[in-house]
Design a protein around this ligand. Structure first.
Ligand SMILES: C[S@@+](CC[C@H](N)C(=O)[O-])C[C@H]1O[C@@H](n2cnc3c(N)ncnc32)[C@H](O)[C@@H]1O
Length: 311
């Protein structure tokens, strides 16, 4: 990176933080307004507001129209502004994390009830692509830490003889039920209220087990233990499918590093695991070496490792 780029990156970060803290970003998201009206409404200095608006526009976050300024589509598209708000809040905690290693305090269930429907929308196209890349499944698909069950429901939608079983805390099941209902799949979803670190799973029962965006919540030794305890639940020939952002591709380094910070801000021990390490855990859990299905064109760095249980 050149010295100029360093300046741009520093300005980009500071501009977004200032626009978020002053309320400018969420005000732009709510509708178009002139610079003067924005400054007076938010109690800001007008000339400085114009400079910040121009910088936001140059960074692709705001647009100038005949009627004034408004947020760019990447902010106004469904759920994005809420996301920016949540991300800004989260990254604002970074100095504390840096000084003390302390994570943000959140009520986990409450946060997942809010976030998982949004994750469902965000992962929908990746989930459909994964379902299309795998053979149809005949039997039960256990979705571990299911959230909205976006991954298992996409599989069930393509497989007339499959049912999804969403394992998550009871509070989060509403997200899975809502998604199943929107897809017309309510009759093919079961819910299992349990903690995946202790749940008793009947051996040899499931045609496929999906572990999507769960391993990044846990340190390596917990992930390995989790895969080892769920793999016996697969029936002969069954598949264990791990979906996550994988620390594999150098061109995604900036995204993966941002995501790693994002995870660690929320949870001690959370990290982005390399694909090769997950593959080793799967093998030690009794599976064949997995194949990788890249989902990078849908979510940067995301991939699925698909392993069949050893016979
Ligand atoms: C990041 S979300 C991923 C949701 C979904 N798999 C997806 O990809 O959109 C993690 C999910 O794991 C669930 N979860 C976390 N720890 C859990 C545990 N110990 N037992 C059961 N579910 C858990 C959370 O409630 C949340 O729904």
């Amino acid at each position: 990176m050149s010295a100029h780029q360093v300046m741009v990156e520093a300005a980009r970060t500071a501009t977004v933080v200032a626009a978020w803290r002053s309320g400018l970003l969420s005000r732009l998201e709510r509708g178009t307004s002139s610079c003067g009206a924005l400054a007076s409404e938010l109690g800001l200095h007008e000339e400085a507001t114009r400079l910040v608006l121009e910088a936001l526009a140059a960074f692709g976050l705001a647009e100038r129209t005949e009627g004034g300024w408004r947020a760019a589509p990447c902010i106004t598209e469904r759920g994005a502004a809420e996301n920016v708000d949540e991300l800004a809040r989260l990254y604002a905690h970074l100095p504390t994390l840096l000084a003390s290693g302390e994570t943000v305090r959140v009520d986990r269930d409450e946060s997942y009830v809010r976030v998982t429907p949004r994750l469902g929308e965000m992962f929908q196209s990746a989930a459909e692509a994964l379902a299309a890349a795998l053979p149809p499944v005949d039997g039960l698909v256990l979705d571990v830490g299911a959230g909205s069950a976006v991954w298992s429901l996409a599989m069930v939608a393509r497989s007339p003889d499959a049912r999804a079983v969403a394992l998550d805390s009871a509070a989060v099941h509403s997200a899975a039920r809502a998604r199943a209902s929107s897809l017309g799949l309510s009759e093919r979803l079961d819910t299992l209220a349990a903690d995946f670190t202790t749940a008793e799973l009947a051996a040899g029962t499931y045609a496929r087990v999906v572990v999507a965006n769960v391993l990044h919540l846990e340190p390596a030794h917990v992930c390995e233990r989790l895969l080892a305890r769920i793999s016996p639940a697969l029936r002969p020939g069954g598949e264990l499918v791990v979906v996550d952002v994988l620390a594999a591709s150098p061109e995604r380094a900036a995204f993966v590093a941002s995501y790693a910070l994002h995870l660690r801000l929320r949870r001690d021990g959370a990290r982005v695991h390399p694909a090769a390490e997950i593959a080793d855990w799967l093998e030690r859990a009794g599976c064949n070496r997995p194949r990788l299905v890249s989902l990078d064109s849908h979510v940067p760095g995301m991939g699925a490792l698909v392993a069949t249980i050893r016979g």
